[in-house]
Design a protein around this ligand. Structure first.
Ligand code: ATP
Ligand code: MG
Length: 469
C-alpha cells in the first residue's frame, strides 16, 4: 500500500519502461526492450534515484541497441544503473496560467519559492512542432509601430522599444546588464499595462532572490512571472529554461496581453548547449562551440514572436565582441545596446556606448522627424567628439578652434545628460531614480545641441532626470 503511494505519476502513466544502463553526470543512457518502446527526441523520461528523488530527462539521441541517450533536467546524484526509467510519451509539459504571477518556478514549472504548490488546470509543452505553432494574428505588428516608453533617456532616444522587437543588452562582466534589465522591468511594468516573464539563465542564484524582493517592494509582483535555471543547475535545465519562459510568454500572449520577456543571460544558454554537446560526444566546430550553435540560437529566437517584446542580456566573454556565440545572437536582434567598460569606469551609467550600438527602429516612420533628426545630430556630434578627444589628449583643449571647442563641450554635456539615476540602483549611487518622458529627453537634447544651455557645467547634466527640472 505504502509502495503504491510512493509511486509518482509517471510510473503509473507511461508508454514504455526501460532501464538505466549508464550515468555520466547529466547524461543518462536508457535501454529499451525493442524499437517500438524507444522515446521520440525531446520526449520526457522519468526515473528515480536510490534515495527516491525524481529525475526528469529529455531524450536527446538514439543509439544502437535500443538505447536512448537522455539529458537530465535535474541532479543525477545517486541515480543507479538498472533503475527503471519510464518513457512518458509526451514532451515536457509545464503549468501555465495566471496562478504563475508572483511565483518563481524552475525549468519543469515546479515552484521553488517555498510558497506552496502551484495549482493550475492548464499545461503546455515547451517544445512545439513548428507547423502547429499558433500565432494570434491580431497581436502582430501591422502597419504603424507601437512604441513602448521606458523612461530611460538613452534607451528611448536611441533604441526605441517597438512592440514585438528584440533588444540585446551586450557587455562584459560587471558592465551593468542586470541592473539595466531590472530597471527596464521596473519602469515598463509599473508605467504600462501588460505583464512580464523573467527568465534567469545560468546566472547567480542570489540575483533571483534580489529581483523577487525588488519587485515585491515596487508592488509589481502580480504582473511578473519568474522562471530560473541558474548556475548551480545541470546544463539540461539551463538550456531548456528559456523555452519554459517562452511558453509562459506565449500563454500571456494568447490572452491578448502585452508581453515582455526578459532573459538574463542568453549567453549562458549557448554555454549550456556547448556543455551538452560535449557530453553527448559531438565534435565541436573550429570556433570551439557546438556544431549546432546557430540552429539552437535560431530556434529559440524564432519562437519569440508576435506581440512579445524581448530583452536579452548578452554576456561578452573577455570583452571580445566578435565571439562566435555573441555574433550568432546578434543577427536576431532588432536593437543592440553595447555597454562599454570605459564608461563604467567613469561612472557613466547606463554605460551604453551609442557609437558601438545600433537599432533598426530608429527610423522616421517609427519615431517621427524631430526625434530622428535629434538622434542623428547627437550621433554626429559624438562621432566628431571621438576625433577631437584624441587631439585634445595630445595638445590640450585650448588649441581647438572656437567651433570645435563648442562642439567638444556640447558633446560632453550630451554624454553626461545620457546618464540617469535608476530606481533599482539607488543603493549604488545614493540618488533617487528618475523616470523621464521621451518628450523631456528630446527637449533636453535639443537644448544642448542648440547651445541654449552652454552656461551649464557638465556636472549640472550628470545623473539627472530631465534638463532644467
Ligand atoms: N545604473 C547603475 N548605477 C550605478 N551603478 C551601477 C549601475 N549599473 C551597474 N552598476 C554597478 O555595476 C555593478 C555590476 O552591475 P551588474 O550586476 O548589472 O553587471 P552585469 O553586467 O550583469 O554583470 P555580470 O556579467 O557579472 O552578470 C553593480 O553591482 C553596480 O555596482
Ligand atoms: Mg548580470
Amino acid at each position: 500500500m505504502v509502495e503504491e503511494k510512493n509511486k509518482s505519476n509517471s510510473e503509473t502513466e507511461h508508454r514504455s519502461v526501460g532501464k538505466v544502463v549508464a550515468v555520466q553526470g547529466p547524461v543518462v543512457d536508457v535501454e529499451f526492450k525493442c524499437v517500438e518502446d524507444m522515446p521520440n527526441i525531446n520526449e520526457t523520461i522519468t526515473t528515480t534515484t536510490f534515495d527516491r528523488n525524481e529525475v526528469t530527462m529529455l531524450a536527446a539521441e538514439h543509439l544502437e541497441g535500443n538505447i536512448a541517450r537522455c539529458v537530465s533536467l535535474s541532479a543525477t546524484l545517486n541515480l543507479q544503473r538498472n533503475a527503471a526509467a519510464y518513457a512518458t510519451g509526451s514532451p515536457l509539459m509545464v503549468p501555465i496560467g495566471d496562478e504563475l504571477f508572483g511565483r518563481i518556478v524552475n525549468v519543469m514549472g515546479k515552484p521553488v519559492d517555498n510558497k506552496g504548490e502551484l495549482i493550475t488546470d492548464k499545461k503546455a509543452p515547451i517544445h512545439k512542432d513548428f507547423e502547429k505553432l499558433e500565432v494570434n494574428v491580431n497581436s502582430l505588428n501591422t502597419g504603424g509601430a507601437d512604441i513602448v516608453e521606458t523612461g530611460l533617456k538613452v534607451v528611448d532616444l536611441l533604441f526605441p522599444v517597438v512592440r514585438g522587437c528584440k533588444t540585446g543588452i551586450i557587455g562584459g562582466a560587471g558592465c551593468g546588464k542586470t541592473v539595466l534589465i531590472s530597471e527596464l522591468i521596473h519602469n515598463i511594468v509599473e508605467e504600462h499595462e501588460g505583464a512580464c516573464v523573467f527568465t534567469g539563465v545560468g546566472e547567480r542564484i542570489r540575483e533571483g532572490n534580489e529581483l523577487y524582493y525588488e519587485f515585491a517592494e515596487a508592488g509589481i509582483l502580480d504582473k511578473v512571472m519568474m522562471v530560473f535555471g541558474q548556475m548551480d543547475e545541470p546544463p539540461g535545465a539551463r538550456f531548456n529554461v528559456i523555452l519554459t519562459g517562452i511558453t509562459m510568454a506565449e500563454y500571456l500572449q494568447s490572452k491578448g496581453m502585452e508581453v515582455l520577456l526578459f532573459v538574463d543571460n542568453i549567453f549562458r544558454f549557448v554555454q549550456a548547449g556547448a556543455e551538452i554537446s560535449t557530453l553527448l560526444g559531438r565534435t565541436p566546430s573550429e570556433t570551439g562551440y557546438q556544431p549546432t550553435l546557430s540552429s539552437e540560437v535560431g530556434d529559440v529566437h524564432e519562437r519569440i514572436k508576435g506581440s512579445v517584446s524581448a530583452f536579452e542580456a548578452v554576456y561578452v566573454p573577455a570583452d571580445d565582441i566578435t565571439d562566435p556565440a555573441v555574433v550568432a545572437i546578434f543577427s536576431y536582434l532588432d536593437a543592440v545596446m553595447v555597454l562599454s567598460r570605459e564608461r563604467t569606469q567613469l561612472g557613466l551609467y547606463p554605460a551604453v556606448d551609442p557609437l558601438a550600438s545600433s537599432c533598426s527602429n530608429l527610423d522616421v516612420s517609427i519615431v517621427g522627424q524631430r526625434h530622428f533628426d535629434l538622434s542623428q545630430e547627437m550621433l554626429r556630434i559624438l562621432t566628431k567628439y571621438e576625433e577631437l578627444r584624441r587631439i585634445v589628449a595630445v595638445i590640450g583643449i585650448d588649441e581647438l578652434s572656437q567651433g570645435d571647442r563648442t562642439l567638444y563641450e556640447r558633446a560632453r554635456k550630451l554624454q553626461y545628460f545620457m546618464t540617469q539615476p535608476m530606481f533599482v540602483a539607488e543603493s549604488y549611487v545614493g540618488k533617487k531614480g528618475q523616470y523621464v518622458k521621451i518628450g523631456e529627453t528630446l527637449d533636453g537634447v535639443e537644448m544642448i545641441i542648440d547651445g541654449k544651455v552652454d552656461h551649464l557645467t557638465e556636472d549640472d547634466c550628470y545623473m539627472i532626470g530631465k534638463l532644467g527640472g
